[in-house]
Design a protein around this ligand. Sequence first.
Ligand code: 13P
Length: 256
Amino acid sequence: MTPNVTPLVAGNWKMHGTRASLDQIKAIAEGVKGPLAAKVQSLLCPPATLLYVATALCDDSPLAIGAQDCHETASGAHTGDISAEMIADCFATHVIVGHSERRTDHEESDALVRAKAEIAHRNDLVAIVCIGETEAERKGGRTLDVLKTQLAGSVPDGATAANTVVAYEPVWAIGTGLTPTVADVAEAHAFLRAELARRFAGEGVAMRILYGGSVKPGNAKDLMGIDNVDGALVGGASLKSEDFLAIYRAYEDLTA
Ligand code: 13P
């Protein structure tokens, strides 16, 4: 945790979820109502097909809704893509950019991710900028170099603590059940904090840095209790409302 920074617990549903899953969104929207909402922000990023109905379901809930990607330009002939304006038009408030699955599946570069974050900002969306090393990069001792390059290349100059969240997601920890040690997470987040503070001064000190990669109810408290870990980006465990809410509620102890 970082002093005076409101943590964010975010769920990324990836390519999962149909209308049948709306009950899960409803349960999460209900479950995050309560005193903890004053101390911890919650966010769910369902697939684009559910965005508009999801924001309607969250009308009277502190649960925010975000998208998982946006195109880097405002509009045009880009079949199948979704613009930041369209996301905002659905009343969503956040968008994930540069997730490792997009970097791998769609060969997205740091420059492209930065352009996506910039257009998100122009549409008043909070950009959640994902970075993280592969297993080979970690084994080769290159983790911090990779993070430095990705952070510098993917986060736009106009980033502030209000419009940008950084998510550190080691690629090898995503969907594998493996997580880095507490010491490894602490090292990566302290490094990212120093880099952000150097580049963005006070805004960088207050920018949230989430951890993502096999966050579960059983390890949430340990991971989110680490210095400079300001929340979680949860994949698989966010599909089940009980698991997502159990992760969110780990902050009951951490903020007590
Ligand atoms: P898992 O929690 O399923 O490992 O996914 C993490 C992730 O990629 C969130 O964006």
